[in-house]
Design a protein around this ligand. Structure first.
Ligand code: CP
Ligand code: NVA
Length: 311
């Protein structure tokens, strides 16, 4: 349990590039080890007596189950809070919530709206904070996606990932990962739904933007997409349905990609909108492994943030 004094610097994971490349590579390798133990029914209880608090200000299936199951499997325990069943729903400031929760637990995961909200929480937290999705980033998902790519196709460096759809939290995080790990991102979104130049900074040659989603897929080693309307943007649903009609990953797009190309989607998916059933349920899709791998990479992440690198 946390003591009241904690002089050591706290490592948070609020954005993918909060960790240097060597730490990301360590996490991917550690997750392989942890997953193997899980598959062999070998206990891996490195977080015995540790407590994770999860704060959800938006809905979740995968993030909740993967963190919760993962923490219990490592010998720890979990507290699950949502906006409406906590005082956050009655306007308690996020910084006061951070001060209180972080005196009682060892680690916090938050899913919320603007990135500034999780940054404020982290600023007032005595323990590491993990981003479980904000409007801007979804770093745990991209960690799982890269782990999944590694499992099926080896290193992602020098490969090409095609992003077909909204310039959202997933897209920004893919770009951070491309810059950090040395792969290329082909990005295609309808006009008005692209990436904000202020948020992407200098992308160098990591980013190529395509008006035509079919061209973005050409030669790609991984084709990926996400919902047309992310959580928090529901008011734009109708306008987005019209704007994104041409940004549906289909068999023709997959046929333009590399012959060995994989398809990924962070889920939940809407078949017939951002992806056809034939692609997401087809032979190139690895979405179920991708979802499962959330748990394995997050176990490695939680262990790393609390215990550092282990042999
Ligand atoms: N991919 C993902 O984060 O799923 P949930 O919204 O179900 O957590
Ligand atoms: N971009 C989606 C991802 C859901 C896991 C959203 O933010 O709703």
């Amino acid at each position: 349990m946390s003591s009241t004094a904690n002089p050591a610097p706290i490592q948070h994971f609020l954005e993918f590039n909060d960790l240097p490349k060597e730490d990301i590579l360590y996490l991917l390798s550690r997750a392989r080890f942890i997953k193997q133990r899980f598959k062999n029914y070998e206990p891996h209880m490195t977080l015995h007596d540790r407590t994770l608090a999860m704060v959800f200000e938006k809905a979740s299936t995968r993030t909740r189950v993967s963190f919760e199951a993962g923490m219990y499997q490592m010998g720890g325990s979990v507290i699950h809070l949502t906006t409406n069943d906590s005082q956050l729903g009655r306007s308690e400031p996020i910084e006061d919530t951070a001060r209180v929760i972080s005196r009682m637990v060892d680690l916090v995961m938050i899913r919320t709206f603007g990135q500034e909200r999780i940054e404020l929480f982290a600023e007032h937290s005595r323990v590491p904070v993990i981003n479980g999705l904000t409007n801007e980033y979804h770093p745990c998902q991209i960690l799982a996606d890269i782990f999944t790519f590694n499992e099926f196709r080896g290193p992602i460096a020098d490969k090409t990932v095609a992003w077909i759809g909204d310039g959202n939290n997933m897209a920004y995080t893919w770009l951070q990962a491309a810059k950090l790990l040395g792969f290329k991102l082909h990005f295609s979104a309808p006009n008005g739904y692209g990436l904000d130049p202020d948020l992407i900074g200098d992308a160098g040659d990591a980013l190529s933007v395509f008006e035509d989603p079919y061209e973005a897929c050409r030669g790609a080693h991984l084709v990926t997409t996400d919902v047309w309307t992310s959580m928090g943007f529901e008011d734009e649903n109708e306008a987005r349905r019209k704007a994104f009609a041409h940004w549906c990953v289909n068999d023709e797009m997959m046929s333009l990609a590399d012959t060995e190309a994989l398809f990924m989607h962070c889920l939940p998916a809407h078949r017939g909108e951002e992806v056809t059933a034939s692609v997401i349920d087809g032979p190139q899709s690895v979405v179920w492994d991708e979802a499962e791998n959330r748990m394995h990479v997050q176990k490695a992440l939680m262990e790393f943030l609390l215990l550092g690198k282990l042999d």
